[in-house]
Design a protein around this ligand. Structure first.
Ligand code: AVI
Length: 323
């Protein structure tokens, strides 16, 4: 039987997207599905890797410039909204600084995972019992719409950290910023983490670590299809193959089927044929230059206020204001 996503409305979004991607030419899987419980743990491990400079650079930036950021906010109350808050680890640096300066704000972490939000709220209220935390569960834009109003209108500072914007195509990040802009008012601020173009060896190593954690992270996507959709992928027959393209700044991850094989997916009742060395496109992690960032800002009618950078100038948290 030939199944298509359109004729199988009872299938989960994960099943439909897996089917669509694995039936396409070339094959692809959506990187948003990396993050099941095992994927979350592997990503935590990635962030600790010596080669994965991104997290350390952003930590350094937030530590160094949290005080400068606070100066842009002034005395008036504001809402600190974080898109994709996760465990909120990096944001703790900002929360601490803002608390120490006795700024008046609510923290509104947005995440798709109710579990992560509950955990985050618990940790933060143990640390700072007086901090108002308003967790917003769901996708970014739905959550922003559901945001409970404060007693008086106040400025927003929206955080979109960790180079998550690099997991979108340039066209998608343009559309994302334009859509986000509609949710903001003049004077609102946006802080976005961009990984910058740099020596390709440094970039490639971050996605091809010696311990093989990034490879396991990619393989876990196939294992998730096994677990949740009853497939029989033999992950070891798929080779992790990252590439960096210096003109576009595209860091791509592929899994290559090292042999010709058929994989059966029970929940879909389909066989997927792989030719020897056929690739699955797994992920885009785009690296930016300043001209691209300026052009994204101009298209969303945002103005760059400042580029906060780490000492090595590998990464930038860019502060935008809506004019
Ligand atoms: C979540 N995201 C910003 C990571 C990145 O660098 O693109 C995901 C990742 N993939 C492999 N290593 C890390």
């Amino acid at each position: 039987m030939i199944l298509t996503a359109e004729t199988n409305t009872q299938l989960s979004a994960f099943a439909q997207d897996s089917l669509k991607g694995l039936s396409s030419q070339p094959k692809y899987l959506l990187s948003k599905y990396f993050y099941d419980a095992a994927g979350d743990r592997l990503f935590q491990d990635i962030m600790e890797l010596p080669e994965y400079y991104l997290t350390r650079c952003e930590d350094e930036i937030l530590r160094q410039y949290a005080g400068d950021l606070a100066q842009y906010l002034g005395e008036a109350p504001f809402d600190l909204i974080e898109l994709g808050a996760g465990d909120g680890l990096k944001t703790r640096i900002l929360l601490e600084q803002f608390q120490n300066q006795a700024l008046h704000f609510r923290y509104l972490p947005v995440d798709i995972s109710a579990n992560i939000l509950a955990h985050l709220q618990e940790t933060l209220s143990a640390l700072w019992p007086d901090l108002t935390v308003v967790p917003l569960e769901g996708d970014y834009f739905t959550a922003l719409h559901q945001m409970p109003a404060a007693e008086t209108p106040r400025r927003k500072l929206v955080l979109f950290l960790g180079s998550t914007i690099g997991n979108m195509t340039l066209a998608d990040s343009r559309a994302f910023l334009q859509r986000l802009r509609v949710e903001l008012s003049p004077g609102d601020l946006l802080l976005v983490g961009f990984d910058l173009k740099k020596d390709p060896d440094i970039i490639l190593a971050a996605y091809n670590d010696a311990a093989g954690v990034t490879s396991a992270f990619n393989h876990n996507h196939l294992l998730r299809i096994n677990r949740e959709l009853g497939a029989n992928f033999d992950a070891q027959t798929f080779l992790h193959w990252p590439l960096y393209q210096p003109t576009t700044g595209h860091t791509k991850s592929y899994l290559l089927s090292t042999i010709a094989q058929k994989v059966y997916i029970k929940a879909l009742d389909v066989n997927i044929d792989f030719a020897a060395w056929e690739a699955i496109d797994m992920e885009l992690s785009k690296k930016f230059d300043f001209a691209e960032i300026e052009s994204l800002a101009a298209d969303a009618q945002l103005k760059v206020l400042t580029y906060f950078q780490d000492q090595k100038q590998y990464f930038s948290d860019v502060l935008f204001v809506l004019e």
